[in-house]
Design a protein around this ligand. Structure first.
Ligand SMILES: [Zn+2]
Length: 147
């Protein structure tokens, strides 16, 4: 959706997640040492952080965690959590949907990643800070009290 271009800089979801996150992080926690975006395999993103933590997400999850204003508002309106998959409508003859993946991932300065998704969306700026806070490894899930 091209009208979203003007909202590219919005980072509402990032700010909200940071405000709600009571954990304390070192600067190393927001510094990636290795970033792998597995576009060819179609699997997802893996990041190794300077503090030794390892994060990985599927592309679908990251798409559903898009921090742009439009996606943030859509989640607010439907009560969906960051990364939560929208319920898919039942169809008698389900249409094939290509698995979500980025066509392109580009660094934004030294602080973020931006994905150009194969559904046409590209407004979300995924900062390192945001990505680390939305890590859902078992350690982070335990700290956040998510089952
Ligand atoms: Zn978005």
């Amino acid at each position: 959706m091209s009208h979203e271009g003007i909202r590219i800089v919005s980072e509402e979801e990032s700010r909200r997640i940071a405000a709600e996150d009571e954990r304390t992080f070192s600067a190393d926690a927001f510094t990636p040492t290795k970033v792998r975006v597995r576009i060819t395999e179609g699997t997802g993103v893996e990041i190794e952080w300077k503090d030794g933590h390892l994060s990985s997400w599927t592309f679908q999850w990251l798409r559903d965690a898009c921090p742009c204003a439009t996606c943030h508002e859509a989640r607010e309106a439907s009560g969906m959590a960051v990364g939560e998959r929208k319920p898919q409508p039942m169809q008698i003859l389900p249409m094939y949907q290509a698995p979500v993946k980025p066509l392109e991932a580009t660094p934004v300065g030294r602080y973020a990643l931006r994905f150009k998704w194969n559904d046409g969306h590209e407004s979300g700026i995924y900062s390192w800070d945001y990505l680390r806070r939305i890590c859902r490894c078992f350690v982070c899930r335990a700290e956040l009290g998510i089952d």
